[in-house]
Design a protein around this ligand. Structure first.
Ligand code: BTN
Length: 330
């Protein structure tokens, strides 16, 4: 028996006894117990309810490529290079990288869980099964790297378009592309998701971007504790229950297919106004640090290349291409 099979059996959120699960799966109760421990060790909060048996604290939907495809507008589904759902990968982005030239343009990989999920700046992206979304998409561009400036900011806008299409409000962007709760005066705060864009190819010729997106749908107390920073999930923004995971995946993929083609045609210019609408740093007192040293200023939006603009104490405007940014509380 595999952990995926047990998670699927528990997905309805109803309690099921060890004996009943064993009978259904045609395995011993010891085999069930072993897989319960495997899933728990990976961060799935399976509860034991005495004689009633095992249960999840809420129902969940297993990812299903067919359901995702069906939820996509037909014209967009046709443009998708591939759509694969895996139970486990080390990292959806690493898998696309390994496929290299054989990976199809606008191909999308999802994994229920990642054993070595990667965040920006070499950080780990915790990826327990069944709770959140881990997705990577490959996009090829004929232009060189220079035409891709602002791509990672545009992806932030694309993810917010997907959330809006699902009726979810309260998410905004922290430059360059952190997805945070706390917009639209929503009381919840914290990181909702992350975006990792990795480029390869010729500096002046054809190149490819692997776009990795991690989106929190359901965080457990253990995940909050391990996150190392305040975190939030779609369940909180949606008032307790997140939208169906396959629907969220479809909304993300639809927004990516459309948005990446728009970026290919018009570049970041097509996203600047929307970025400004979601910019959580505008007007905030910021502390910046990086290769240029450390300094303070007021967030003044992003420019047409996607650089952060910071108003300094002497009134001048400074463009920042790369830095760690912290919002200073007065
Ligand atoms: C960040 O640090 O904010 C970026 C996190 C990106 C995580 C996603 S999950 C899907 C894809 N696969 C990975 O290993 N990382 C990205």
């Amino acid at each position: 028996m595999q952990p995926a099979q047990l998670l699927a059996m528990l997905a309805a959120g109803e309690p099921l006894s060890g004996a009943g699960l064993a009978e259904q799966a045609g395995v011993t109760r010891a085999a069930i117990w072993k897989q319960v421990e495997v899933l728990r060790a990976r961060g799935v909060p399976i509860e034991a309810r005495g004689a009633a048996g095992y249960r999840l604290p809420w129902p969940l939907q297993m990812l299903d490529a067919q359901q995702i495809r069906t939820a996509l507008p037909a014209s967009l589904a046709r443009q998708l290079g591939a759509l694969e759902v895996h139970w486990e990968l080390d990292s959806t982005s690493s898998e696309l990288q390994r496929r290299g030239l054989s990976a199809k343009d606008l191909g999308v990989l999802l994994a229920e869980t990642q054993s070595a999920g990667r965040g920006r700046r070499g950080r780990t992206w915790l990826s327990p099964p069944g709770l959140n979304l881990y997705l990577s998409c490959l996009k090829r561009f004929e232009s060189g790297f220079a035409a891709l400036s602002g791509l990672s900011l545009a992806i932030g806008v694309i993810v917010l378009r997907a959330l809006e299409s699902l009726g979810i409000r309260g998410a905004g962007l922290k430059w360059p592309n952190d997805l945070l709760a706390g917009a639209d005066a929503h009381p919840a705060t914290g990181k909702l998701g992350g975006i990792l864009v990795e480029l390869s190819g010729e500096y002046q010729g054809p190149c490819a971007a692997i776009i990795g997106i991690g989106l929190n749908l359901r965080l457990t107390p253990a995940l909050h504790a391990q996150a190392g920073q305040p975190a939030c999930d779609l369940a909180t923004l949606a008032g307790g229950t997140p939208p169906d995971r396959n629907r969220v995946a479809a909304a993300l993929i639809a927004a990516l297919v459309e948005g990446l083609q728009q970026f290919e045609r018009d570049g970041f210019a097509a996203f600047v106004t929307e970025y400004a609408r979601h910019d959580l740093l505008r007007g905030q007192l910021l502390q910046l640090s990086g290769a240029l040293g450390a300094f303070d200023g007021i967030g003044a939006g992003v420019d047409a290349r996607g650089a952060l603009q910071v108003r300094l104490a002497d009134g001048s405007l400074r463009q920042v291409d790369s830095a760690d940014v912290t919002v200073r509380r007065a």
